[in-house]
Design a protein around this ligand. Structure first.
Ligand code: FA5
Length: 335
């Protein structure tokens, strides 16, 4: 009898080894462990054995039953985890996968729009490094070491002479050194300052613009910037030029536009003034021209730098600049 159950076990394991698909394993399981299966029949036949052999035979048969049950289940699981080649066929009735589309960040959209407007006004587009030397970020722009104007921008220093650029103005001397006038260039990019509130973020984006030619004037600067503002907002947008100071322009101005959030009445975005500053500008200081080797008797130029987030805030009516960088999809999907 013992030999019999041992034989059943051996045969079952041999057949299992040869089984290559889930169906044949299920059939084997029924053949050996089903209601009329070989092991089940063996168990039933134990009652006909002599009394003294029953306990031993029953114990062995139950062990074989358990062993085969585990072996069948394990083999089935392994086959299901790695489906056979025939299961690789494409089920054309399955619903398709939805391809999720991304979209351009609102700041990227505005940057492209700004570049488009200036391209049509004859400006080339250039770029400069975000990790900048102290020389290009300050000295070449007429801001020597220990000059109080360095305090206007809270600088992130990487080392004594390397900074995260605090503005896009270093692109002026970098490009002027390489090219000869006449020049019309805009240079968009990220800048960094230790600054954070409703209208300031530690990383923000600017577009620098400059023009160098034989007869450029402050009037040209006003004309170009007014054209730009009326194109990016609309013809009715109010703007004003306010005298200001930048070491690399003389005279200098800041350009404000009427706050679109409160229509000039005063709100927290415009600090109750009705105006929001978006551009710094002026006529290029002769010291900068000297630093890049341009003849100051021959050439004049103007330059400007604008905050892209500020423009986006006004254009889309956003009351907190930090929303652009929180990565909240509910906010970003609106653009
Ligand atoms: C400058 O950065 C000068 N380089 C601009 C310039 C260029 C002047 C060429 C003359 C000639 P200012 O620090 O004002 O200037 O910054 C320019 C614009 O950047 C501001 O008008 C404002 O729109 C934006 N801005 C400044 N600081 C922040 C900030 N922390 N977060 C967001 N936008 C800012």
């Amino acid at each position: 009898m013992d030999k019999n159950i041992e034989q059943i076990k051996k045969e079952a394991l041999k057949e299992l080894k040869a089984a290559s698909d889930p169906e044949s394993i299920k059939t084997l399981s029924v053949r050996y462990l089903g209601r009329k299966g070989l092991v089940t029949q063996f168990l039933r036949s134990i009652s006909s054995l002599p009394q003294e052999k029953r306990a031993d035979a029953g114990k062995k048969a139950n062990e074989v039953k358990k062993l085969l049950d585990t072996a069948f289940k394990k083999a089935l699981k392994a086959l299901e985890a790695t489906p056979a080649e025939s299961d690789d066929r494409i089920d054309v009735s399955l619903p398709g996968r939805v391809v999720k589309r991304g979209s351009l960040h609102p700041i990227t959209q505005i940057t492209q729009e700004i570049c488009d407007i200036f391209s049509r006004l004859g400006f080339d587009i250039a770029e400069g490094p975000e990790v900048e030397t102290d020389y290009y970020n300050f000295e070449a722009l007429n801001i020597p070491k220990n000059h109080p104007a360095r305090d206007m921008q809270d600088t992130f220093y990487i080392s004594k002479n390397i900074v995260l650029r605090t503005h896009t103005s270093p692109t002026q001397p970098r490009i002027m050194e390489k090219r000869k006038p006449p020049l019309r260039v805009i240079a968009p990019g990220k800048v960094y300052r230790c600054d954070s509130d409703l209208t300031h973020t530690p990383m923000f984006q600017q577009v620098e613009g400059f023009l160098v030619d034989k007869e450029s004037s402050f009037g040209d600067l006003k004309g170009i910037l007014a054209t730009f503002i009326h194109k990016i907002f609309d013809d009715q947008t109010k703007l004003r030029f306010r005298p200001s100071f930048f070491p690399f322009t003389e005279p200098s101005a800041e350009i404000d536009i009427g706050c679109v959030m409160c229509r000039g009445k005063g709100c927290r975005v415009c600090s109750q003034t009705g105006w929001l500053e978006i551009i710094g500008a002026g006529m290029v200081h002769p010291a900068l021209f000297e630093n890049v080797g341009y003849d100051t008797r021959l050439y004049t130029g103007f330059a400007f730098g604008m905050g892209i987030e500020r423009i986006a805030m006004l254009k889309y009516g956003i009351d907190d600049i930090r929303k652009f960088y929180e990565n909240d999809l509910r906010f970003l999907k609106q653009f």
